[in-house]
Design a protein around this ligand. Sequence first.
Ligand code: NAD
Length: 486
Amino acid sequence: MSHKVATLDFEKFHNTIAGKPRDSPKVHNGVNPSDKTKLWDVPIATEHDLDDAVKSAQEAFKTWSKTTWKERQDILLQIREELLSHRDEMAQLILKECGKPIQFAQGEIDATAGILQYNSTAPPPGEQTIQDDNDLKVSLRYVPLGVVGAICPWNFPLILSTQKIVPGLLTGNTIIVKPSPFTPYSALKFAEIAQKYLPPGVLQALNGDDRLGPMMTEHPGIEKISFTGSIATGKRVMMSAAKTMKRVTLELGGNSACIVCPDVDVQKVAPLVALGAFFNSGQFCVASKRLYVHTDIYKEFQEAILNVVKSWKVGPAGEPGMMLGPVQNEMQYNIVKGFFEDCAVNGYQFALGGEIGDAGGFSVQPAIIDNPPHSSRIVAEEPFGPIVPMMPWTTEEELLTRVNDTRTGLGGAVYCADQERAVNIAKQIEGGTIWINSFERPLPNAFFSGHKESGIGGESGEQGLLAYMNAQAIHLYKGDVGKTKL
Ligand code: NAD
């Protein structure tokens, strides 16, 4: 393994191609959502850069795919240690690029370390014997795909890129990662950090403009696209990938329901539901985006959740004691603003908030809409911001009809003291992951996937590893085909 110790500068950002930093004649800048100031220059990769990266990844694949599972796991552990040794600088970086208060920026690094930890101990998907008798042995094994393109969103730039990079590398693939142009910095820096432990071309990172994603999905040298982002873009990715029959994993948007049953202690559960709905200012794919609270406790619960959210500090991420930072970018800010306006124009009741506020940057004061109609935008669509509708329910039957009346199927949450009833409700939610008596927290060992238009395939856990592998069945007929011995 080659070791290229480079000094890390958290004020300078490059693409990484063939183990080396690569700049570009064109640059752009992220914007700090807490105060709208311009962040550092970041190169915009060209088509030529992508071609170079694909060539280097194909070359690196020849040897990387032959390394053992254990060798790759040892490298992942080293990368984990290296990342944690830069925890403070990386947390400051995430605070600035995403607008995350420091405790959540640190949480993003710790969750990434958790992904590396899980993958550095996970067993390989083993060879299976399907049939073995006097005539025939049929075995099934798993082989890496080749060059993988990872296309990422802006809400958790480090977690959501490493959620692709780490299992992709462990399974013997080489990876080219493209962060969102809104948040390129932490993913580019992670790739730079990892270079010290990886041969050139195994992990490369390219920031680009709007053309880079489509160039990757079209590129004949890339075998798979793992994409996390919106449903609309996911559909474009799938159409484009079809031309070269690339494998795709699509982790897309959701509109998850959170169900609160009448037997819960309202004071215990309201803080959990508040976190599920507003964590990261609602910019979380599996956030609780529709709250359904049983009619018997509706008023009491509403009061309790209002008290929780009102106690939070909302505003620029760097200020002490902050709980909700700003929305990450202007485009998303305007989308969220559109939901506030739609609720106001239609006369829906704001149980909490109503004004987007002027706390600084793209900050948005959290809002809860009291019982808007089922067909309203705030119930039917994903705002991806700190505004959430709350509706009462009476019977499970009518509740589940409303909960499942959506083309999305990402997550869901159920709060119920009676765990048997909770599981029974959970099983009837059409979604990839359901949390019971907890706010939504994906784990690296549990498969995470979207049903319906929320995705194809998934990530994490053993199935997540298999998503980076082709199956190969070997049929060995045992009849003697040798030359007859004289
Ligand atoms: P987006 O779809 O706008 O962008 C995602 C990425 O795709 C970016 O890197 C972007 O540059 C790239 N891209 C844009 N057009 C492309 C194209 N035609 N071909 C290839 N790549 C292209 O999504 P976003 O706004 O960055 O993220 C927010 C969305 O992501 C929300 O809907 C959220 O629910 C979803 N999300 C889902 C998950 C999940 O795991 N299911 C996790 C986080 C976010």
